[in-house]
Write a new protein. Structure first.
Length: 228
């Protein structure tokens, strides 16, 4: 049976968010998921949110799983609520009332077979779902926010790589994540500079200090393992 990937994710410290924060944050997550679908990383109906602070994605091409995980992680960490306007029950909320937070999500990537694919991911089953879901519960206890789990020959290598990824992304700032997010979609530094209205040298500096070169190496290795 062909190997697939499942990403299970939840919001770090969601219980400490205000209602306005949580509402805005969930809208941003949905926007990223829709954007991933438009860019052919996800197929329609292969992602869903649940419990208000969690979501899950099924990836049919496992070689895309790590890049998707990076996109989701950096796409969330770049968010700065202090720069946004909020509407709650028709009332505009000033950004200063929400305060500035660095948002984060916990991501568990499971690689394996998918035995049952139903209309809802929550009722689907298989090794990829089991590995992804089981590991995210363990990650909460270990204070880890990024992990890749598989039972194939690359199990140990990817487990070790997960800790390196976790460390790199834990220290990446929102501005660094913003640059890496667009690099993951294939934009070059000139295009990113124009998009963010900054100098190309600033793009390069944020990319380098954020650990982009290490991420590129990891993505290349992952593609070598699971690419067709």
């Amino acid at each position: 049976m062909a190997k697939k990937a499942v990403i299970t994710a939840d919001v770090v410290q969601s219980s400490k968010m205000s209602i306005a924060h949580r509402k805005w944050f969930n809208e941003k997550i949905n926007k990223i998921l829709v954007f991933l679908e438009k860019n052919k990383f996800l197929q329609p109906n292969d992602y869903e949110t649940y419990r208000g602070d969690s979501f899950q994605c099924l990836i049919h091409k496992p070689e895309n799983a790590l890049k998707m995980g990076f996109i989701l992680k950096t796409g969330i960490k770049l968010l700065d609520p202090s720069k946004q306007q909020y509407i709650d029950n028709g009332r505009k909320i000033a950004p200063k009332l929400l305060g500035k937070k660095i948002f984060d999500i916990r991501i568990s990537i499971g690689l394996g077979a998918v035995d049952v694919k139903s209309k809802k991911l929550s009722t689907s089953d298989g090794e990829a779902f089991q590995l992804s879901g089981r590991r995210i519960d363990e990650m909460k206890k270990e204070r880890q926010t990024f992990c890749i789990t598989t039972n194939d020959d690359f199990k140990s290598e990817l487990y070790t790589q997960s800790f390196l990824i976790d460390n790199i992304l834990a220290h990446a700032t929102p501005l660094q994540c913003e640059v890496m997010y667009w690099k993951l979609y294939g934009l070059n530094e000139v295009a990113i500079a124009q998009k963010l209205d900054i100098k190309q040298s600033a793009v390069n500096q944020r990319s380098t200090s954020g650990g982009w070169h290490a991420i590129e190496v990891m993505l290349k290795r992952f593609q070598e393992i699971y690419g067709s």
